[in-house]
Design a binder for this molecule. Sequence first.
Ligand code: GCO
Length: 481
Amino acid sequence: MTSGSTDYRDSGLVFPESFVFGSATASYQVEGAVREDGRGQSIWDTFSHTPGRVLNGDTGDVADDHYHRVEEDLDLMKRLNLGAYRFSIAWPRIQPTGRGPANQAGLDFYSRLVDGLLERGITPVATLYHWDLPQALEDEGGWTNRETALAFGEYARLVGHALGDRVAVWTTLNEPWCAAYLGYALGEHAPGRTEPRASFQAAHHLNLAHGLAVQALRAVVTNDPQFSVTLNLHALRGDGPTGAEAVRRIDAIGNRVFTGPMLHGTYPADLLEDTASITDWSFVLEGDTEIIHQKLDVLGVNYYSTSLVRMRNGAGDAGGADGHGEFDASPWPSADDVEFLPQPGPFTSMGWNIEPSGLEELLLAVRAEFPEMPLMVTENGVAFEDVVTEGERGRVVHDDDRIDYLRRHLTAAHRALAAGVDLRGYFVWSLLDNFEWSFGYSMRFGIVRVDFDTLERIPKDSAHWYAQLAATRTIPEARLG
Ligand code: GCO
């Protein structure tokens, strides 16, 4: 599977002058301050406070307290030589119930953040939706309700009006796959619903929200920003004679359900056929796909690992499972007859396989399908069980395993670049250890450790390594010094 001889541990590879090295976070994962300055409740507040939903009963109530420590965190970003910072805006800070006039205090927070970035020479990359939907909108159906997409357009207008003179890159949605399928089909993410049809409806309304948001932003911004969306495209590999069919099936509901309407202006015919027993897609109204099909300046790709698939024994013919009844909730409605196989390690703490060649393959595949579209890796990173030790100058984290992960994936990114992919940047997930959704604080993705008792920030060795990369644009050796 992997091209054996290559372990992707190059060093000395130089990235182009214009290549951006950044880091990413998301509002609910880092901000805390959930009841302050008029912020309304989000579906993640509700979900995390529902017993049994999040490991150890963890919530984002405090998280990294980034809301209060934003100056300190900005200084940290500067010290780490970040060229860009990808953050998300909490919709319920801007519109506490998802509708109505903007809450000035909410806008002010992000305005200060953007100014703080610009003062430090860091490019602001703003995501409008990283999953914290106002609860009031979920009470009216959430993403299954078309009105939510319309409300999102208005929210985008309000944010664009306030920050549209300074934000350099606007990302409408982060990983709508997670919002639609983990939220409405598997139920592992907020709002925790397990309704296969609803998840397709959610996917469509997220697509529509994307289109409406780009339109709204375009109408109000006064600088010359780039417009984008971030997708966690699935890097799929087929196993055996049914592998290609299984890849096609998962690619349709996992990837092309978004890239189809967003970048080609139409839903793929095979997606509509595959899912026909669950939905007739009658929630796609005339004109919707034109709205969704907006010109984008850059496509954000998040990559963590690969999936290996084949059809289950005896499946693969017409018919298949109908997504109801005999199977448990799944994030792959209509694809119960596709089997996800175990893959060779090594693995991260999340249990995800580490496979840097998957990133290279994915970037090449996206380029092949959308040759004109510039790309950015908007997330890549890893959770490991970091160990804090007492160093000469205070506490340190020798996370050689994370450095190795980053080095291998940056090597893969560089190979894609060398093969002609128009790759503009890379954002490590994440700047800070933070609230990892249903895993709570048990998973540490940061290049900076956060002590969740004291909220102290401790840059890990990987942060120093990344800072050197960002300063030199050259992949450093695994160890520094
Ligand atoms: C995402 C996620 C992040 C996660 C990360 C690790 O966009 O997938 O947005 O919020 O923390 O992916 O699971």
